[in-house]
Design a protein around this ligand. Sequence first.
Ligand SMILES: Nc1ncnc2c1ncn2[C@@H]1O[C@H](COP(=O)(O)OP(=O)(O)OP(=O)(O)O)[C@@H](O)[C@H]1O
Ligand SMILES: [Mg+2]
Length: 296
Amino acid sequence: MATRTLEADAAELGPTGRPRPVFADPGPLEAHGPARIVAVCNQKGGVGKTTTTINLGAALAEQGRRVLLVDFDPQGALSVGLGIQPHDIEATVYNLLMERGTTPHDVLIKTRVHGMDLMPSNIDLSGAEVQLVHEVGREYVLGSALEPVVADYDVIMIDCQPSLGLLTINALACAQGVLIPLECEYFAMRGVALLMETIDKVSRRLNPKLEIDGLLATMYDSRTLHTREVLANIVNGFGDKVFHTVINRTVRFPDATVAGEPITRFDSGSMGASYYRELAREVLERWRQTGDGRGG
Ligand SMILES: Nc1ncnc2c1ncn2[C@@H]1O[C@H](COP(=O)(O)OP(=O)(O)OP(=O)(O)O)[C@@H](O)[C@H]1O
Ligand SMILES: [Mg+2]
């Protein structure tokens, strides 16, 4: 009998080892905007930044939020993941940052997801990092460029490149929240101290509104001991900042990228889609708790 009780208790714990709350659908917003700007950031490569930006964005759009995704990586993976071919793009975020006459509306593209728009990028953006160094107010160029459309959206998510250079600093300098994906692999925590230090410096020197929205464990595989250990380690280090929602490793994510669609459209009934829908509910609940109207 005692064993059964223990098993029942264990069943209520989520993969992060904490009791898993139920996150309800928040219901529609009465009015839209101004957007909460969220930088999806980790200087470690391949941890799920772009996958999270696309799929969380699409899941938030399903919740009736108006979403703008900004591809802020010269590799253009976010654009490709939404079916936009970099060589087809006339105006990109690069033009928006560097050319006076370019407005956000010249750059915006509607995606196939209702309510979700994209500002695409391609390799041109790699030039901006160098050119921006000479600008006055070089950390605020992205923030100023986005200003005219902040009122049109509920959420603007910026997919950062795997570096802590000037482009990423621009994203942090205009964001209210940072979302940090961490891959459940050995060395997941390597570099996180530097990332935290950078976020702390930006919030002290450039942007006092900046806060950490949460750390997201990605590519989790409950069958392997080491991913369970890595996740336990992450929770140990960051406690409540770690989202209860954990993204499992599944080949459907790369498949969806190849198809140029979020998983919520590519395979709407899949587990992968349900993880990001759950994350959207959790994120909205966190925003609501911090008094941010976008939570609903
Ligand atoms: N949960 C997952 N399960 C399996 N594969 C995943 C998962 N999340 C992402 N991937 C795959 O891992 C690779 C890296 O993911 P992604 O591009 O999202 O990472 P990133 O942090 O944006 O990388 P970069 O630092 O290069 O920008 C991609 O091929 C993606 O399809
Ligand atoms: Mg990426």
